[in-house]
Design a protein around this ligand. Structure first.
Ligand SMILES: Cc1cc2nc3c(=O)[nH]c(=O)nc-3n(C[C@H](O)[C@H](O)[C@H](O)COP(=O)(O)OP(=O)(O)OC[C@H]3O[C@@H](n4cnc5c(N)ncnc54)[C@H](O)[C@@H]3O)c2cc1C
Length: 478
C-alpha cells in the first residue's frame, strides 16, 4: 500500500473506456447503461419500504435477497453513476470462497470455533451464489477453475504449508500444496517455487454478473434508478428521506451498499475503513502460440504469496488481467475519478508481468485502470447503523468482494427487514473492527506500514511495528 497527500496527474481516459469489462459492455450495449438497459433517473417523490444506495454487487444482492424474503416489498435502488460503476465493474473477477481473507487471521479475531464456521459459510455462500447463476442462466463467463496462491520466494513455502494446515484444520480439507514442478507444469514461469491450491472458486466476468443481477432484480420488481446520486439522508418522522438531485424517496429502511464511498453519506464510518485504490492492466488476447509458451491450460485465478501480491487470470478471449494488491491510499480518505489511474502502478505491473513471463515481454496491455476497494483492520466485512437505525450499511470486502458481497447482501436484507437469522449472529456482524487512526496520523501510519511490508516482500525480517500489528491481527493490503 502507498499513500499520497495529493492525486497523481490525471490521465484522460475515462473509466468506461479504460476498464476492459466496462468498455466491452458499453460497446455491446451501444449507448445503453452499463447493465445494457436504458438508464432511468429518479424524479419526483417516491415512497418505498426499502431504499438501497449503490448499484454494485452489495446493493444488487441486497435487493434480490430483500425481494426473496418479502416479494411484495417496494424496493428502490439508487446508483450515482451507472450500475457496476464502482469496484464491482472494475475488479479482476477472481472468485474465492474466503470470507475472512486469511483463515489464520479469522482464528485470531474470532476464535477457532467461529473461524471454522466462517470456512463452512464461505463454501456454502459460494455454492449458493453459483446455484443462483445457474438457476437464472446468468451468462457471466464463469469458469470454476479454483484459485492458486503461488510461492515466488523460498520463505513463501513454509507460510503456504502453514496456510494449508490451517485451512484443513478448519474443515477445508481439499486445500493442497503443489511443489515447484507441479506448479510450473500448471503455469510455466521460472519464478514459481510451489503453490497452495484451493479448488473452490474460479474466474468470471464481473460486469456480465452485475448485468445478470440487475436483470433479475428488475424482474423481481426492484425499481432501479441510475444517474441518481444520493445527496442526503435525513429522518422524516419514523421514516428516512433519501434525496437526489431530482427526486426523493421516503423509505422505512435504507441500506447503503456504497463500499469505499460510504463515508460520503455516513462520515463516522471512515473511522473503521480505508478507501484504497487497486490498479489492474488487461492485455490484448494471447495468440495460440503465446498461450502455449505459458501453459495455464486449467486457467486458474492466481495470486502470489507476498504481502503486496500480484493477482492474475485469463479472460474468456484469453487476455491476461494482471493486478496488484499494493493499493494506494489518498489522504484524506479520497475516492474520485482523478485517482482512477496511476502511471507508477502501471509501470510496476508491467515490470512484474515481464519478470514472471519473460517470453511475453512484448505483450501489449491496452486497458489500464484502478478502482476503490475498502479495507478494515481485521480484513473482514463489517456492518453498521446510522440515523437511529433507519440506515444499515455493510462494507470492508477488501479484494474478496465478489463472493463476500453475496453474503453481505443476505445479511443486510435480514438486518433491514429485521428478520432473525443465524447470519446476523455472526461475530463479524455483531462486532466492529478496531478503528484506524484519524488524519494526519492515518496517512503517516499507512506510509510506515507500506515500507515495512515492502521490506518483508524483498526478503527482510518483519520490523517491530509489523510484529506489533501482527499481534493485534491488523494487516494492510488489499
Ligand atoms: C481493481 C480491483 C480489483 C479487484 N479484484 C477483485 C477480485 O479479483 N476478486 C474479488 O473478489 N474482489 C475484487 N475486488 C474487490 C471487489 O470488486 C469489491 O469488493 C466489490 O465489488 C465491492 O462491491 P460493492 O457493491 O460493495 O461496492 P462498489 O462496487 O464500489 O459499489 C458502490 C456503488 O455505490 C455508488 N455510490 C457511491 N456514492 C453514491 C451515492 N451518493 N448515491 C448513489 N450511489 C452511490 C458507486 O457509484 C458504486 O457504484 C477488486 C476491486 C478492484 C477495485
Amino acid at each position: 500500500m502507498t499513500t499520497r497527500a495529493s492525486a497523481p496527474s490525471p490521465v484522460a481516459t475515462p473509466i468506461e473506456e479504460a476498464c476492459y469489462w466496462l468498455a466491452r459492455s458499453r460497446d455491446a450495449g451501444r449507448g445503453a447503461g452499463l447493465a445494457g438497459e436504458e438508464v432511468a433517473v429518479l424524479e419526483g417523490e417516491h415512497d418505498a419500504d426499502l431504499a438501497i444506495v449503490g448499484g454494485g454487487f452489495t446493493g444488487l444482492w441486497t435487493a434480490l435477497f430483500a425481494k426473496s424474503l418479502e416479494p411484495s416489498l417496494r424496493v428502490v435502488l439508487l446508483e450515482r453513476e451507472e450500475l457496476a460503476y464502482g469496484a464491482s465493474g472494475r475488479n479482476a473477477g477472481i472468485l474465492s470462497d474466503t470470507i475472512d481473507h486469511s483463515h489464520a487471521l479469522a482464528i485470531e479475531h474470532f476464535g477457532r470455533q467461529e473461524a471454522t464456521r466462517l470456512v463452512a459459510l464461505g463454501r456454502e455462500n459460494l455454492a449458493e451464489m453459483l446455484a443462483f447463476i445457474e438457476a437464472h442462466a446468468v451468462d457471466c463467463a464463469l469458469e470454476q477453475t479454483g484459485v492458486l496462491t503461488a510461492a515466488i520466494a523460498e520463505h513463501h513455502l513454509p507460510a503456504l504449508a502453514a496456510a494449508v494446515d490451517c485451512a484443513r484444520s478448519l474443515g477445508a480439507t481439499d486445500y493442497q500444496l503443489l511443489d515447484e514442478g507441479a506448479m510450473r507444469s500448471e503455469i510455466h514461469s521460472e519464478l514459481y517455487r510451489g503453490a497452495m491450491w484451493n479448488p473452490a472458486g474460479g474466474v468470471l466476468d464481473p460486469v456480465k454478473l452485475a448485468q445478470g443481477l440487475a436483470r433479475e432484480a428488475r424482474r423481481a420488481g426492484v425499481a432501479v434508478f441510475e444517474r441518481s446520486g444520493v445527496t442526503s439522508l435525513e429522518a422524516d418522522g419514523p421514516l428516512a428521506r433519501v434525496t437526489t438531485a431530482k427526486g426523493t424517496v421516503r423509505a422505512r429502511r435504507v441500506v447503503l451498499g456504497m463500499s469505499a464511498y460510504t463515508h460520503e453519506l455516513v462520515r463516522r464510518a471512515a473511522w473503521r475503513f480505508l478507501p484504497l485504490y487497486d490498479y489492474v492492466v488487461a492485455s490484448r488476447p494471447l495468440t495460440p502460440e503465446e498461450a502455449a509458451l505459458i501453459g495455464w491450460k486449467n486457467r486458474q485465478g492466481v495470486n502470489d504469496a507476498r504481502s503486496f501480491f500480484n493477482y492474475y487470470r485469463l479472460t474468456e478471449d484469453n487476455r491476461v488481467v494482471f493486478g496488484t494488491s499494493e493499493a494506494a491510499y489518498y489522504a484524506p480518505n479520497r475516492v474520485a475519478p482523478e485517482l482512477d489511474h496511476s502511471p507508477r502502478h502501471y509501470a510496476e505491473l508491467l515490470a512484474s508481468f515481464r519478470a514472471l513471463f519473460p517470453a511475453l515481454a512484448e505483450l501489449e496491455f491496452p486497458y489500464r485502470w484502478g478502482g476503490a476497494i475498502c479495507a478494515s483492520t481485521r480484513f473482514t466485512p463489517f456492518f453498521g447503523r446510522a440515523l437511529g437505525d433507519r440506515v444499515v450499511y455493510g462494507l470492508g470486502f477488501t479484494g474478496h468482494g465478489l463472493g463476500t458481497t453475496h453474503l453481505a447482501g443476505k445479511i443486510l436484507a435480514h438486518l433491514a427487514l429485521e428478520r432473525g437469522s443465524p447470519l446476523t449472529e455472526l461475530e463479524l456482524v455483531r462486532s466492529l473492527p478496531l478503528p484506524y487512526p484519524p488524519e494526519p496520523l492515518r496517512g503517516w501510519a499507512v506510509r510506515r506500514v507500506t515500507s515495512a511490508l515492502r521490506h518483508v516482500d524483498a526478503g527482510g525480517k518483519p520490523s517491530l511495528l509489523l510484529r506489533c500489528l501482527d499481534a493485534l491481527g491488523i494487516g494492510l493490503s488489499s
